[in-house]
Every structure is written in C-alpha cells, then in structure tokens.
Design a protein around this ligand. Structure first.
Ligand code: NAD
Length: 448
C-alpha cells in the first residue's frame, strides 16, 4: 500500500482468501441471533457509542484516510465528521423504523421489519470510510451482522473502524472486516449461500458482475455505481457564483467522485463569459501536499489510474485550460477543462479524474436532452433564477440526486442513489433502512 502523494509504502497487510471469507461469514452468522435480539434502545446506545468513538478518534482517522487515499487533510476531516453523524443518525433511527397495521377483514394485519441476516458490504477506494459508514450504519441498525470488504488500495480506515466497533461494545462477530481482492473475497461474498445481501459501491462494470453473481442465490443487492453528471448553467443564472462553485464539483477528491459534475452544460449566449469565469476559478484550485491545511486537491489514487485518466486527453481534444500540479513523486494530475460535444469520449465515459467537459446547449429542451443522453443517472445541478424552470428541469432529469443553485446534494438525512446504470437502491436517510430489512406481514385472526 502506497501513499499516493509520495509513493512511499505505508502498510503491508495479509490478504484474505476464500477460506477466510467463509470463516468470517460463519462468525457473522453465529453472531446474528444474539445481535437481532438486542433491545432497540441498547442497539441504539452501541451505535451512538461508535459515533462518539469516531469523534474522539477523528484526527487519527482523518490522517489514515488522507495518507491512504492522498486526500487533502481538510477534506478527510470533513468526511470523518460525516461518518460520526451517520452513526448518530442510525442510532436514532433504530426505534423509529416502524411497521404498519393494515385494515383487513376478520382480524389485524401487521408488518414487521426483520433483518436480512449476514450482509456483505463491498466498498471502493475513493471515499473509503464515508461509504463504509453509509452501509454499516443502517445494516447494524436493522439487526444484521456484517462482513465488510474494503477496496484493495484503501483498507486502513475500515480496519480501524472495526476495532472501534469492538471498543464501543458491539459484540464480537457482528462487524467483520476482510482485506482481500474483489475477485476472491468479493466474489465469494456475492456467491456465498449464507450471505443475504450485497451492499455494493463501485464501478458499473463490477456492479454488473455483482448482479449476475447474486442471481444464483437470489441475493438482495444495492448498487451504487458510476456517474457522468451534468452541471446545467442557464443564461439567467448567477454566472459568477455558478462558475466559482463548478471546479469544486468536479475536482474535489481529484475528480474521483461518483457525483462529479464532469459535464458542464452552458447555454450558448453566455458560454464565452461563463468559460472565462470558470477558467479563472479553476486557476484558483490549490493543488498540492495533502497534509497542508490549505490544499484543495491531492493526487490520483495510483499510477495505473493516472494512465487511465490521461488516456482521455488525446491530440484531438480541445483543451480550454490545464492547471498546474507538483512535479516529482506522487500520482499528480492537473485540473483540466476540455471543450466538447456530448458525443466525445470525455463526455460519455466516467473519467474519474480532474477533467471536465464543457458543452454548449441552445435552450431548456436541448439542456434536458443532453443531460439525459448518458447511460448514467446519479447526480447533477441546475443553475437558474427561474424557479418554475428549476422545478421543470429537475423533474425531467433521469437522476437520483439533484441540487438547484448549489452542487451539494449528499446529506446524512436524505436519500442518495442512482437511476439507470448508476445503480438502484438508496443509501442514507431513512430510505437506507429499507435496503437492510425485509417486510414481514402477519395476519392475526380475531375470530372467536
Ligand atoms: P471497482 O468497481 O473496481 O471496485 C469496487 C469494489 O469492488 C472494491 O472493493 C473491489 O475490490 C471490489 N471488486 C472488484 N472486482 C470484484 C468482483 N469481481 N467481485 C466482487 N467485488 C469486486 O470500483 P473502484 O475503482 O474501487 O471505485 C470507483 C468506481 O466506484 C467509480 O465507477 C465510481 O463512480 C464508483 N463509485 C460510486 C459511488 C456511488 O455511490 N454511486 C460512490 C463512489 C464510487
């Protein structure tokens, strides 16, 4: 494991295989009856304690995440803050996840929310601890036990979280972490007959394999996959505000963000003016040492990933701006703006790096058409001063998470997830609990 900013080794870990995966599933299975019997208030108390321990170890966890992913320390602190909030939220949700009573003839019908059983959680490297918490929080709140597989490149924060869960008093066997390859550990979890569900975040390509593999045992799956989100700027928007915000909606986390608004759609009559503002704002993004408090963008995750990102900048690409990045060790890549059409590769595929495609559009209908012309449907933004238009366009876009006059759409208490090939199922908010429980309907006869 390397620090992506220095290329220095930071840890060497033993890798689990199929045998260790089976053993972890067996441990989780054994812990299940005890965990689902824990009284709701006690389960809530344990989750609350985990949240508090994350807060107490926030600096340690932020440093682990910053070193392992190459994230700027200020961003890592924000993410760890969210992790604590997620556990607080689901601690509070444990005893508010109600069933229903339904009027029926001859008795009473009542629904119960039952845990699924052992759930396998498979997580990517871009927001390792954050995305882990989005799954662990609701899964534990609903009474499931867990086998978590972090990404090969970034397992360190998940391992530490597993230790903190034990310190919080969450019983042994409830929360298991396995470091290993997706093709071995991940694949085994997907096919294992004793795993009831896979909560997966990662690429659409691997998501497809998850779905195929899960079919054998009719496993439940939640898939949070890739994106190619549009940031739609109408001529009547506050252009300066939209342009100042736009770089951070693509270049945050060095563009390695499923919600990256990496297609910037700009209405033709303000295109040139907007591009001037955008270039100016992009020039201002501070790229450099992740340990520096002022740094806004760090390196990419690996040398191999940098090659993939670079492959989008072929000779025929029309570069509008290329920023600066440190020389020397580290997988650096500068902020890059490209003028494009929606048919260009840079506008069709997820770059997952600091490259934004700027695309002109004519009118509202054209904006909606271009924004929807993608296999993905995760996120996006609309910038306009016309409230009715904002509503019309948000309703017309086939995406799961949108923001108007803002690029911020991920919150602990609100649902997150995609349409189309960005996946299905929702994380965060009360909706996530539906993905980690099964509805049981019981009819009780009142006949004498
Ligand atoms: P990836 O799909 O390569 O890997 C994700 C996880 O799946 C890793 O833990 C990996 O080990 C595991 N895996 C790989 N092959 C597997 C297999 N055959 N069986 C089971 N597990 C396997 O993704 P990545 O490169 O780590 O992350 C980047 C991708 O994740 C991007 O496409 C990004 O958009 C997406 N992502 C989506 C969201 C979201 O919420 N929608 C959030 C973050 C990242």
């Amino acid at each position: 494991m390397l620090n992506p900013a220095t290329e220095e080794p930071i840890a060497e870990l033993e890798q689990a295989g199929v045998e260790e995966t089976d053993a972890a599933v067996a441990r989780a299975r054994e812990a299940l009856p005890g965990w689902r019997r824990v009284a709701p208030a006690d389960r809530a108390r344990l989750l609350r304690r985990l949240a508090t321990l994350v807060e107490e170890h926030a600096e340690e966890l932020s440093l682990i995440e910053s070193q392992n992913v190459g994230k700027p320390i200020s961003g890592a602190r924000g993410e760890v803050g969210m992790v604590a909030q997620v556990f607080h939220f689901y601690a509070g949700a444990v005893d508010k996840h109600y069933g229903q009573t339904i009027p029926v003839a001859g008795g009473v019908a009542a629904t119960f929310r039952e845990p699924l059983g052992v759930v396998g959680l498979i997580v990517p490297w871009n927001f390792p601890l954050n995305i882990t918490s989005w799954k662990v929080g609701p899964a534990l709140a609903c009474g499931n036990t867990i086998v978590l597989k972090p990404a090969e490149l970034t397992p360190l924060s998940a391992l530490r979280l597993g230790e903190l869960a034990l310190d919080a008093g969450i019983p042994d066997g409830v929360f298991n972490v396995l470091v290993g390859k997706g093709s071995l550990v991940g694949q085994r979890l997907i096919e294992h007959p004793d795993v009831a569900k896979i909560g997966f975040t990662g690429s659409t390509e691997v998501g497809r394999k998850v779905m195929q593999g899960a079919a054998g045992t009719i496993k439940r799956v939640t898939l949070e996959l890739g994106g190619k989100s549009a940031n739609v700027i109408f001529a009547d928007a506050d252009l300066e505000k939209a342009a100042t915000a736009a770089p951070y909606a693509v270049f945050d986390n060095a563009g390695q963000d499923c919600c990256a608004r990496s297609r910037i759609l700009v209405q033709k009559q303000v295109y040139d003016q907007f591009l001037d503002y955008l270039i100016e704002a992009t020039r201002g993004v501070k790229v450099g040492d992740p340990r520096d408090e002022a740094t806004e963008m760090g390196p990419l995750i690996s040398a191999q990933h940098r090659e993939t990102v670079a492959s989008f900048l072929t000779d025929d690409v029309h570069l509008a701006f290329r920023g600066e990045a440190p020389e020397g060790p580290g997988f650096w890549f500068p902020c890059t703006l490209v003028e494009a059409t929606n048919d260009d590769r840079v506008a069709r595929e997820e770059v997952f790096g600091p490259v934004a495609a700027i695309i002109p559009f004519d009118d509202e209908a054209d904006a909606v058409r271009i924004a929807n012309d993608t296999p993905y449907g995760l996120s996006g933004s609309i910038w306009t001063r016309d409230g009715a238009r904002a509503l019309r366009v948000t309703r017309a876009l086939d995406v799961g998470v949108l923001s108007v006059n803002s690029n911020s759409s991920v919150r602990v208490s609100t649902p997150f997830g995609g349409f189309k090939q960005s996946g299905f199922g929702r994380e965060l908010g009360m909706q996530a609990l539906d993905g980690y429980s099964e509805v049981k309907n019981v009819f009780i006869s009142t006949d004498g």
